[in-house]
Design a protein around this ligand. Structure first.
Ligand SMILES: [Zn+2]
Length: 255
């Protein structure tokens, strides 16, 4: 093992014009050691270049995992945030309830698979886990990012996003409902000749202040053949038994 400063000196700019033999003599090490360090340093530089220039499916030629992206798009539109934290670097955050560890893991996976060149971290914040990742390119993948709240601006998918959602509407709805909706039990009373009976059945709700996002959810449900209706101006629900059963194949209870 050689000292770090010996390696640094051998790789320093002042050594760049020299032959390996000269550097070896100057540093008092073997030629083989210098060659090994140079190759290692070059590989590390190449890896860094590759990482930097192949990180974005929009700017570069990296393939995008469409299934995961449809899911992450749903999570982002449901309850995600993008903020610019320093020049040209954006932070994508998803806030997940600590009561649903399975969904925290899913959110983490969705980010990590969509932007594999950026690390994803978790942080505890007031009973929630913030899952976040930094990249220059989150805004390329989510051009809906803009100033203010999502419901105060138009949310419209680009053609390429539209195509992905139309191919994987189930994953998109999964993201939307798991971030900003829920599957709960409804109870109804029936007065029968034999007495009062209570029935319970599951139903889905998706609540969002953005009419555009509600419309996107409704359109994806239509593609799945899942019947839905508006409960309120800011909430839609899936309540019919066969519709709930169908949606269970794509979404299911939180866990
Ligand atoms: Zn990009």
């Amino acid at each position: 093992m050689h000292a770090r400063e010996t390696v640094d000196r051998a790789l320093s700019p002042s050594s760049q014009g020299l032959f390996d033999r000269q550097v070896a003599e100057l540093c008092g090490v073997s030629i083989g050691a210098v060659q090994k360090w140079r190759t290692g340093a070059r590989r590390a530089r190449e890896d860094e270049d590759r990482r930097r220039h192949h990180s974005c499916p929009r700017c570069h030629d990296r393939a995008l995992d469409h299934v995961t992206y449809a899911h992450l798009l749903g999570l982002y539109l449901g309850d995600g945030h993008i903020v610019r934290c320093r020049k040209e670097v954006y932070q994508l955050s998803l806030f997940c309830d600590n009561g649903w560890p399975g969904l925290i893991e899913e959110a983490w996976q969705a980010m990590a698979r969509t932007m594999p060149t950026s690390s994803v971290s978790r942080r505890q914040r007031n009973g929630c886990t913030e899952v976040k990742s930094y990249s220059k390119h989150w805004v390329c993948l989510f051009p809906q990012h803009g100033p203010g709240m999502k419901h105060q601006r138009e949310i419209k998918l680009t053609d390429w996003q539209q195509e992905i959602v139309e191919t994987h509407p189930g994953m998109f709805v999964r993201g939307l409902i798991h971030s900003d909706g829920y599957r709960g039990m409804n109870y109804i009373r029936r007065d029968l000749p034999s007495g009062v009976r209570w029935y319970e059945y599951p139903r889905y709700h998706f609540k969002n202040e953005s009419r555009d996002i509600l419309a996107l959810c409704g359109k994806a449900l239509d593609l799945l053949g899942v019947a839905w209706r508006f409960n309120n101006r800011n909430e839609l629900s899936v309540a019919r038994r066969e519709a709930v059963e169908l949606l269970d194949l794509y979404v299911g209870p939180k866990y």
